[in-house]
Design a binder for this molecule. Structure first.
Ligand code: OFO
Length: 170
């Protein structure tokens, strides 16, 4: 049985993951609107991944006999200056999510809630992976993606990553 503080914190994280999914879906719409097909596919896939992160939490809260609660969500931003600035915002957002996961881990330690601590390890590893992915993509965009040809290459790379992701099934 989880403490009320822990259930509230996990429900808050359900909101964060759901919002992340919406943020990336809205970004996919912007990318499609601007003609970045690769970025659109990449962001759609990432939006699905965030939904899976949310569902994992939703499942865990339910399994422990507590009530998962879906809260009202912030409307995501729908316009961006450029692909580079959008990816900068993604990296910042992922750093924010890492901070939230770290707070949950601290709470689980404080409460000696070893089940939740174990459950959260998956998110700790996932955040490390995502920050690494987005910071390397941002480096590439900043290196080659500012003119038409560079943007074309970046968009193609994002499309390849989305296809590899779909083939890998994760
Ligand atoms: Fe991309 O963040 Fe979920 O966990």
């Amino acid at each position: 049985m989880l403490s009320k503080t822990m259930v509230d914190a996990l429900n808050e994280q359900i909101k964060v993951e759901f919002e992340s999914s919406n943020i990336y879906l809205q970004m996919a719409a912007w990318a499609a609107w601007k003609g970045y097909e690769g970025a659109e596919a990449f962001l759609r896939a990432h939006s699905e991944e965030e939904r899976m992160h949310m569902m994992k939490l939703f499942g865990y809260v339910g399994e422990t006999g507590s009530l998962a609660v879906i809260s009202a969500m912030e409307q995501p931003k729908s316009e961006f200056d450029s692909l580079a600035s959008m990816f900068k915002q993604i990296l910042e957002h992922e750093r924010f999510v890492t901070g939230r996961i770290n707070k949950l881990v601290e709470l689980a330690y404080e409460e000696k809630d070893y089940s939740t601590l174990n459950f959260l390890q998956w998110y700790v590893a996932e955040q490390h992976e995502e920050e690494t992915l987005f910071s390397s993509l941002l480096d590439k965009i900043e290196l080659i993606g500012h003119d038409g040809r560079g943007l074309y290459l970046i968009d193609r790379e994002l499309g390849k990553q989305a296809a590899a992701h779909a083939a890998g099934g994760e």
